[in-house]
Design a protein around this ligand. Structure first.
Ligand SMILES: Cc1ncc(C[n+]2csc(CCOP(=O)(O)OP(=O)(O)O)c2C)c(N)n1
Ligand SMILES: [Mg+2]
Length: 1050
């Protein structure tokens, strides 16, 4: 290789000037170019002029062949390489080979041209031509079934493709023209006017070259068994491979093997052949897909259903991908999709019973369980069945998704990763994902890009996703030209080197072919691939919309468009693959199935949302879907367990591993703490994770820089200072039979990564899955996942999820950024009623947890953090947990916990009452200050300064939601003479006040006011001025301890 490079480098003797000239010459923009390549070189000044940028690839290839076997290349090249290898200077390597006269060359190769130099140039030209088709052929492929749009938004034709060949001989392409004219459409022709006079083409080839035979480079497979072909045939085959109904975009892929693999799939003569059986199956699938939509349209013509008409080949496309993947060993396919064609996919791909789908159109259907309904377009489902083609078991699931387009993408990936993880499928051979997209959303939504960037990261890869774009060339009412700045909606996939197969959706065989290749690509390379189904949308955005308001011409064309099923059926009937009678019988058969299911659907009176679960958790609930018990087990650990995990956390468990000196000190101080039976924040977390792992629960912590921890407190991954990339994760050395621990620095994404972790947490209830924001305020770039999935997931989709969000929060004078994790937002979305005092039964605490939509906590010490993490897994149901985590408290000398609060029998404290002097003489207490989180330490310090330990009690609300009504009640009742203050460091319109105040008032039956001590209302979360920060702090602390502060106020 090195030799090749040096030789190739020497084989590029062009000066910078010449290069610039060549480059600009090669880039005429539109088809109507005026460029004429300058071809009268005056050797040897131009050195080897054929060695310009593009042809050097060809030369390299020739060189490689020559290295293997000098006889494999033309004699002229043999001489040239020998001279070049012997060190001939630029311009001198080429010689007319000894003994090689024009007469000795085959006539067909030389034609009328006596000049060998011309021969070389022509070969190079042909090589460039082949390459041009490979790179740009898709721009002229006939992808739009309507024939009015350019799938790449560009009507010009690359001048290095057709402009040269159409000048060569238009008759060659007569066949092609007829193939490409789709249906009755007035298909745009990209051919130039044939009556135009002959002129020299882009490559300097002329008509007389058409019959000349050219040697084919190894980077093409168009020859099949032939190693040389006449130019005419070369062009014809390239046109067949790249410019018909499939546009293959792949030449940006950096890996040569992958490029070769794709070339072979599309270039090899005869690849697109199907057996009779395959064609008939394809027709049957098209019948199902089309007649399903027609059935719905007939029965519920005034209902929205976001039909698939115009892109019906999606169904056979998906089925082909699934069949092929199943044949390759895949047993579990997890799918995500938007609205378009969802019902059809449920019916004909996942095979949900038709009556279950049809009954959703009945408005009188009653819900049997919780869940917001909305089954038709949003709920998911899960089905295990036999794949009829492969006769193997396959589980198909479609994930529930919100309206927010593309939001489900990372969730599907996370779920897929988890399924792979739990079944030990390290290469994605058994579990895979398929994502469907709309063209506008795929191009427009940033989460698509974020998801693509997860695709090759070790802790996030699902080993290849097949993406299918239902490209109906419109987004609601918006034309593609207004919807994206890239040629195709799929260009985002190029960033990860995913091949993109554009295909005319009105050619079901072409669709089937690319889907087969896509599935095979995934099985071979374990990388993403995109199928871009270019179709149209026969109706409006939904069936009630009038598309002619905004797309009159397109819809005039659509109205004329014959349906794809009919076109394909006619083709097969004409071919004799099927008779008209058989076709009609197939239709009648499926219509009957639909009618019978429709009749049965009328008996469905009750909608069971739980029948639409995408991720069942077998064994976790009772058969009725209820928690198996309603007790909260102790979350404490024995002294030995704590000591053991502490020891793991403070040592390096592998031999000959040199850690950084600073880290040695950290581990040493951890050891000291353990000796003293205390934990800081990092150790508290260690105890929780380590013990859960030991008990068999998988723990996965993901987020930006989580391995070390943003604040350098965690250090879960140790790095050998002497050996590059050698790492050690002590948490995986807690116990021999422990569950694995995954800790992974994520890409710099919140939306994508949080979605991914949510999906991971969906797969199984027996894992503690945590996502940590670098700073709490960054969660807002993932707001969609929080608002659409985490907060309402159970209410909308009867699906629990135990994901944990760790959100660093606290006003520490760091300015408006990085200070607030926006607790007010999370609290505002809690479903507990502020005005109703709940019944305080014995199991109040657990019942409250069971009823809530999520749990919001702000722990003031590591012991409580330890407990709440363990409770998350030990409680008998799953709820999302939002934890506001500290920054300065990570190292605060007082923010430590003793082993005593973590021993068996101890548990998470929802409220930590006053335990100091004030609690000894409650009657004498004048004020009780309620607070949460870090401000507690500021309050106790200030109380000491003011000498008010016996007059002011301070209580910490650790679990903000569900609100500990019972404990707040007990604490307020204990101090009958005290006024009540809520103190927070956040601004008044932020933080917890608006959530806490009405609930406290409800608790005390509005008998007293709840005063506020905290920062004034503000737009920004914090001041950027350190001094102002301290002044504000002092001001509200003074208020908290001024017993007269609220006098006279009502
Ligand atoms: C994030 C988001 N923004 C806006 C919308 C509103 N919306 C629903 S469908 C749609 C057009 C989608 O176009 P496309 O992705 O091409 O899918 P199609 O409907 O054409 O199948 C829009 C803008 C949405 N659902 N989600
Ligand atoms: Mg669209």
């Amino acid at each position: 290789m090195h030799r090749l490079r040096t030789c190739a480098a020497r084989l590029r003797p062009l000066t910078a000037n010449q290069k610039a000239q060549n480059f600009s010459q090669q880039r005429p923009v539109a088809a109507q170019r005026t460029f004429q390549p300058i071809r009268c070189y005056t050797a040897p000044v131009a050195a080897e002029p054929f060695l310009n940028g593009t042809s050097s690839n060809y030369v390299e290839e020739m060189y490689l062949s020559w290295l293997e076997n000098p006889k494999s290349v033309h004699k002229s090249w043999d001489v040239f390489f020998r001279n070049a290898n012997a060190g001939a200077p630029p311009g001198a390597a080429y010689q007319s080979p000894l003994g090689m006269t024009v007469a000795s060359l085959p006539q067909a190769m030389v034609g009328a041209q006596p000049n060998v130099e011309k021969l070389v140039e022509d070969h190079l030209a042909v090589q460039s031509l082949i390459r041009a088709y490979q790179i740009r052929g898709h721009h002229v492929a006939q992808l739009d079934p309507l024939g009015i749009m350019d799938a790449d938004l560009d009507s010009s034709v690359p001048s290095d493709i057709i402009t040269s060949s159409d000048k060569l001989d238009l008759t060659v392409f007569k066949d092609r023209l007829s193939i490409l004219t789709v249906g009755e459409s007035d298909c745009k022709s990209h051919f130039r006017d044939s009556s135009k006079d002959w002129e020299t083409g882009f490559y300097g080839l002329d008509e007389s070259d058409l019959d000349k035979v050219f040697r084919l480079p190894t980077t093409t497979f168009i020859g099949g068994a032939e190693s040389a072909l006449p130019l005419k045939e070369i062009i014809r085959r390239l046109e067949m491979a790249y410019c018909q109904h499939i546009g293959v975009e792949f030449m940006f892929i950096n890996d040569l093997d992958q490029c070769q693999w794709i070339r072979e799939k599309f270039e090899k003569p005869g690849v697109m052949q199907f057996t009779l059986e395959e064609k008939r199956t394809l027709l049957a699938r098209m019948v199902r897909s089309t007649r399903f939509e027609e059935f719905l349209q007939r029965k519920w013509s005034s209902e929205k259903r976001f039909g698939l008409e115009g892109c019906e080949s999606l169904i056979p496309a998906l089925k082909t991908i699934i069949d092929k993947s199943s044949a390759n060993g895949v047993e579990n396919v997890i799918m995500g999709m938007p609205h378009r064609g969802r019902l059809n996919v449920l019916a004909n791909v996942i095979r949900k019973e038709l009556e279950q789908i049809f009954c959703q159109f009945d408005s009188k259907l009653e819900a049997a369980d919780e869940g917001s309904g909305d089954v038709k377009y949003h709920l998911g489902m899960y089905h295990r069945r036999i794949n009829r083609v492969t006769d193997r078991n396959i589980t198909l699931s479609l994930m529930a998704n919100p309206s927010h387009l593309e939001a489900v993408d990372p969730v599907v990936q996370g779920k897929t990763k988890a399924e792979q993880f739990y079944c030990g499928d390290t290469d994605g051979n058994r579990v895979m994902s398929i994502l469907m997209h709309g063209d506008a959303a795929f191009a427009g939504q940033g989460v698509v890009y974020e998801t693509f960037h997860l695709s090759d990261l070790p802790s996030y890869t699902t080993h290849g996703t097949v993406h299918v774009v239902v490209n109906n060339q419109i987004g609601f009412t918006t034309d593609p030209r207004m919807a994206r700045s890239s040629p195709y909606p799929t260009d985002v996939a190029r960033v990860v080197n995913a091949p993109i197969f554009h295909v005319n959706a009105d050619d079901p065989e072409a669709v089937m072919y690319v889907c087969n290749v896509a599935a095979e690509w995934r099985a071979t390379f374990h990388k993403d691939v995109v199928v871009d189904l270019v179709g149209y949308r026969r109706m409006g955005h939904n069936e009630m919309d009038e598309p002619m308001f905004t797309q009159p011409l397109m819809y005039k064309q659509i109205k004329k468009q014959k349906g794809v099923l009919l076109k394909y059926a006619e083709k097969l009937i004409a071919e004799g693959a099927v008779t008209r009678q058989e076709y009609e019988e197939e239709i009648a058969k499926y219509d009957k199935i639909c009618e019978e299911a429709h009749a049965r659907s009328k008996d469905e009176k009750i909608l069971h949302i739980k029948h639409w679960l995408d991720s069942p958790w077998p064994g976790f609930f009772t058969l009725d879907g209820q928690p198996k018990s309603m007790s909260s087990p102790s979350t404490g650990l024995t002294e030995e367990e704590l000591a053991h995990i502490g020891q793991v956390a403070s040592s390096v468990p592998v031999e000959d591993f040199t850690i950084h000196g600073g880290l040695s000190r950290i581990l040493k101080s951890r050891g000291e703490m353990i000796k003293n039976r205390t934990v800081d924040w990092a150790l508290g977390e260690y105890m929780a994770f380590g013990s859960l792992l030991k008990e068999g629960t998988h723990v996965r912590l993901s987020g930006q820089d989580v391995e070390r921890g943003t604040f350098s407190h965690r250090h879960h991954v140790l790095h050998d200072q002497n050996v590059d990339k050698r790492t050690c994760i002590p948490m995986n050395h807690v116990s021999p039979n422990q569950a694995p621990y995954t800790v992974c620095n994520s890409s710099l994404s919140e939306y994508g990564v949080l979605g991914f972790e949510l999906g991971f947490a969906m797969a199984s209830p027996n894992a503690l899955v945590l996502w940590e924001a670098q700073f709490g305020d960054f969660h807002n770039t993932a707001q969609c996942i929080i608002d659409q999935f985490i907060c309402p997931g159970q209410a909308k989709w009867v699906r629990q999820n135990g994901i944990v969000l760790l959100l660093p929060h606290g006003m520490e004078g760091m300015g408006p950024e990085h200070s607030s994790a926006r607790p007010e937002r999370f609290l505002q979305m809690c479903n507990d009623d502020p005005d109703v005092m709940p019944k305080l039964s014995e199991d109040f605490a657990i019942q409250q947890l069971m009823d809530c939509n999520w749990i919001v906590v702000n722990c003031s010490n590591p012991g409580n953090y330890f407990h709440v993490l363990r409770r998350q897994i030990l409680q008998p149901f799953r709820k999302p947990l939002i934890v506001f985590t500290p920054k300065s408290l990570l190292r605060h000398p007082e923010a430590k916990s003793n082993f005593d609060v973590m021993l068996p029998g101890t548990q998470f404290l929802r409220l930590i009452p006053e335990e100091g002097t004030a609690s000894q003489n409650p009657e004498g207490v004048k004020r009780i200050v309620f607070c949460t989180g870090k401000v507690y330490y500021e309050l106790t310090k200030e109380r000491k300064t003011h000498g008010m330990e016996d007059t002011v009690a301070i209580a910490r609300v650790e679990q903000l939601s569900p609100f500990p009504f019972d404990l707040v009640k007990a604490e307020t009742e204990k101090y009958p003479n005290a006024d009540l203050v809520w103190c927070q460091e956040e601004h008044k319109n932020q933080g917890y006040y608006d959530y806490v105040k009405p609930r406290m008032r409800t608790t005390i039956q509005r008998s007293k006011p709840v005063w506020y001590a905290g920062r004034e209302p503000a737009a920004a979360p914090a001041t950027g001025n350190k001094k102002a920060h301290l002044v504000e702090l002092k001001r509200f602390l003074d208020t908290a301890f001024d017993l007269d502060a609220f006098k006279g106020q009502v």
